[in-house]
Design a protein around this ligand. Structure first.
Ligand SMILES: *[C@@H]1O[C@H](CO)[C@@H](O)[C@H](O)[C@H]1NC(C)=O
Ligand SMILES: *[C@@H]1O[C@H](CO)[C@@H](O)[C@H](O)[C@H]1NC(C)=O
Ligand SMILES: *[C@@H]1O[C@H](CO)[C@@H](O)[C@H](O)[C@H]1NC(C)=O
Ligand SMILES: *[C@@H]1O[C@H](CO)[C@@H](O)[C@H](O)[C@H]1NC(C)=O
Length: 737
């Protein structure tokens, strides 16, 4: 495993820091790296939908990091946000208690990187390529952030994001006490908390991170294109906005010129090139955005997302168009018919963009008006806890309850309105029929104590008591508090529901204020960093647990899971507030890396049909009869291609749009642009495949002569590692108004 790198990295960082600068300021560094991973044949993480395998790229996934240090010798911490479903364990990295790794919760990234069985069934076990892409990106973005460390200031701002999330289990939310609910205007948290990082010497911003709760499920369970979903889209839009608003050379903002007949004729004379052999680095050279280590990094991080859906139009029955059963989210007893609608319904790409835009536009506002400077200490606490058997004191010492070994209920198998399950279960089921009981018992019959402990959840999958071929669910979980002055981040290894998150934040804040000797006060801002450091599914309140909807059925450690979190977080908060030494109970999670099973077959090599080469155009761009394209139309071409997982073209591109400028072709869009699609299709019963490059021509595209380009890598069949690179271009075409 690559994890050894990290330890070395952090040790070096500490040493190197003492050589940097002297001063009172924070030292701030940001970094970002491509973690797209295998774009073919790998099951996507999130919906557990067998057959939802990657086959192309909508836009790239990235890892984005910031490091903040308190002066030269003082404490420092790092936060990494991944365009991934969640964060996994990354081995020795976990020795570091000042590093948080958080997932945006996209459901459109390649899976197989989590270490527990239940999360890798549909991906046929562990997928090294997915894991390595993520680990490399974490390492690279931290190295970049480290190399960029400079004196700087941090500003904080908060505000509500309108219409980017609704509660997808409102019937469960209603079970929370009325007095508690009456304290909040909404059944989801709408607040976004944003940090703005500014370089002290240049006065320029170097980046911005924000936290806001909404699921990465704008893309559906039928999507096969890799996508960062709404948060990835928001980050792409935010970074592009910053680049263009600062006048960085950018062809997209050149002035318009009218189309002339000679340009149209010129475009018509530009023929597609045949496929050509090229170097590995070629696709990188055609990237539009500079990958220099000093660009602006904008990240959209996840929070208490458990019951928050981006499908804000609500869930409806697909047969009748009527609202679904309120308590069960089903239609005539069938959960599969009840599906949530995004604002672009039925266009999920559009929904992704709209929910991304709503977050991005708010982030720009908050960024532009961020004046509240953060000062104060950097601190952190981190501990591993075995969640299978925690005694929780519910008050007064006379009411002790316990958590249970992990288990999933039938509501888990029912899925949600963002992605219904397929086994005939419904959310809210508190019984399992004889058939499924027998199936369950074949895997593992739950112990009597486990059944009693989990009530009212009936145990469908006793994951906490299943260890063959290796552990099905985590037992040991990390919890962590990171402090930057008055901002306190709680890294939680799962998805807290709205109310569960509010209770945790409130408990931590009270504890900090009560024990902090005026270090903390009402102005202390506590934020949940969701899906951090490992993954253990959901955490509902005790009351929500009673209904056994999806989130409750996926609350692994029983009805008192949340109370256990609150108790353990209060211990960490007390230790931080009192300035005590970090708690160390000697626990650490098992390293399963030597047990992991990988059943996904490696790429089998590629061929082309007789007479064509890799990169040859299969179908050229069809120009509308008027002779040119207008903004809003789509230009597309197909190319003979090869499996994208032969080479991930990391920090490169599978596709680009080139524009003719003074007789030179310049790349102006690449596969990281929301308007450019790379779609890959394997031909049946042969090793041939083709790539379709689609460009949705933006309204603001500069008039001119364009062509589409494809990059790829093919593998000689049965050679397993001999890879050759190719490229090809379409014919020219004109874009005008
Ligand atoms: C662009 O850079 C200038 C300083 O050169 C800075 O004042 C401005 O805030 C930057 N633009 C944005 C959008 O931050
Ligand atoms: C939902 O279930 C609750 C009991 O948990 C019940 O009181 C309520 O009437 C149900 N609502 C609907 C719309 O069926
Ligand atoms: C967690 O605790 C349970 C119950 O005390 C114990 O059986 C189990 O071995 C522990 N798990 C690990 C991974 O240490
Ligand atoms: C492969 O076969 C399936 C089923 O026969 C068909 O639906 C699909 O279009 C075929 N794909 C290609 C690329 O020919």
């Amino acid at each position: 495993m690559k994890s050894k790198h990290y330890y070395w990295l952090i040790v070096c960082s500490v040493w190197a820091l003492s050589n940097v600068v002297d001063g009172e300021d924070y030292l701030i560094g940001l970094g970002s790296y491509d973690m797209t991973g295998p774009a073919s044949n790998v099951n996507m993480m999130g919906y557990a939908n067998m057959g939802q395998d990657t086959s192309g790229v909508h836009f790239r996934l990235r890892a984005r990091a910031f490091i903040v240090a308190e002066g030269v010798q003082g404490p420092r911490l790092a936060f990494v946000n991944l365009d991934a479903g969640m964060a996994s364990q990354y081995g020795d990295l976990y020795r570091e208690n000042n590093l948080a790794i958080s997932g945006t919760h996209t459901h459109a990234g390649p899976g197989g990187y989590l270490q527990y069985v239940v999360y890798s069934i549909t991906s046929l076990g562990f997928v090294h390529q997915s894991f390595d892409a993520i680990v490399d990106a974490i390492e690279q973005c931290i190295v970049q952030a480290h190399n960029n460390l400079k004196p700087g200031s941090i500003f904080i701002n908060k505000g509500e994001v309108a219409n980017a999330g609704i509660n997808r289990s409102p019937s469960a939310y209603l079970l929370n006490p009325p007095q508690e609910r009456s304290r909040y205007a909404n059944n989801v948290d709408k607040e976004m908390t944003l940090l703005k990082f500014v370089d002290r010497d240049t006065g320029k911003s170097v980046g911005s991170f924000n936290w806001f709760a909404t699921h990465g499920t704008s893309m559906s369970k039928n999507n096969k294109l890799i996508s960062g979903d709404n948060k990835g889209a928001a980050a792409r839009l935010f970074e592009d906005w910053f680049r263009s608003s600062n006048g960085t050379a950018n062809t997209k903002t050149h002035s318009r010129s009218p189309t002339t007949p000679s340009m149209v004729a010129k475009a018509g004379r530009i023929k597609a090139t045949g496929g050509q052999t090229c170097d590995k680095s070629t696709s990188r050279q055609f990237k539009v955005r500079s990958t220099s280590a000093t660009h602006f990094v904008g990240a959209f991080c996840q929070s208490n997302v458990g019951d928050v859906s981006p499908n804000v139009l609500g869930a409806f029955c697909i047969d009748s168009g009527k609202p679904c059963n309120f308590n069960r989210s089903s239609c005539h007893g069938d959960d599969r018919l009840c599906v949530g609608r995004g604002p672009g319904y039925p266009d999920e790409i559009l929904s992704t963009k709209i929910i991304g835009e709503r977050q991005y536009i708010r982030a720009v506002d908050l960024f532009n008006t961020a004046r509240d400077e953060i000062n104060g200490r950097i601190d952190y606490r981190h501990v591993y806890i075995n969640f299978t058997n925690i005694e929780v004191d519910l008050g007064g010492g006379d009411q002790t309850v316990k958590t249970c070994p992990a288990a999933l209920g039938p509501g888990f198998a029912a899925g949600t309105t963002d992605g219904p399950g397929a086994f005939g279960f419904q959310q809210g089921d508190t019984k399992i029929n004889e058939f499924w009981k027998r199936v369950r018992d074949l895997l593992k019959k739950p112990s009597k104590s486990q059944e009693a402990c989990q009530l009212p959840k009936p145990v469908l999958l006793d994951t906490g008591e299943m260890f063959e071929p290796y552990a099905w669910a985590p037992a040991i979980l990390p919890i962590q508090i990171l402090r930057i002055g008055k901002l306190v981040l709680l890294s939680v290894p799962g998805e807290f529901t709205t109310m569960a998150g509010r209770r945790l934040r409130e408990a931590v804040k009270e504890t900090l204020i009560a024990n902090g000797n005026r270090e903390f006060d009402d102005d202390t801002h506590v934020v949940i960093a969701g899906l951090s450091n490992t993954y253990s599914q959901y955490i509902t309140t005790f009351e929500e647990y009673q209904q056994q909807r999806y989130e409750a059925a996926s609350t692994l450690y029983g009805p008192h899971t949340l109370s256990a979190y609150i108790q353990e977080f209060k211990k960490l908060a007390t230790s931080m507030a009192k300035g005590e030494k970090p708690i160390n109970n000697g626990l650490s999670p098992p390293d399963l890396s030597s047990h992991l099973i990988s059943l996904l077959s490696p790429p089998s090599g590629d061929t082309t049909p007789p007479g064509v080469k890799f990169g040859d155009v299969k179908t050229d761009v069809a120009v509308p009869s008027r002779g040119w394209f207008r903004g809003g139309e789509k230009a597309s071409a197909t190319f003979w291609s090869a499996a994208p997982r032969n080479d991930l073209l990391t920090e490169g591109t599978f596709a680009s749009v080139e524009m003719l400028m003074e007789d030179r072709w310049m790349p102006v869009y690449d596969d990281d642009d929301l308007c450019l699609f790379f779609k890959w299709t394997a031909l049946n019963a042969s090793l041939s495949s083709y790539a379709r490059i689609e460009w949705e021509i933006p309204e603001e595209a500069v008039p001119g002569v364009y062509r589409l380009r494809h990059f790829g890598a093919w593998m000689i069949p049965r050679s397993t590692n001999v890879v050759k690179y190719f490229t090809g271009t379409s014919g020219g075409f004109e874009v005008s108004q």
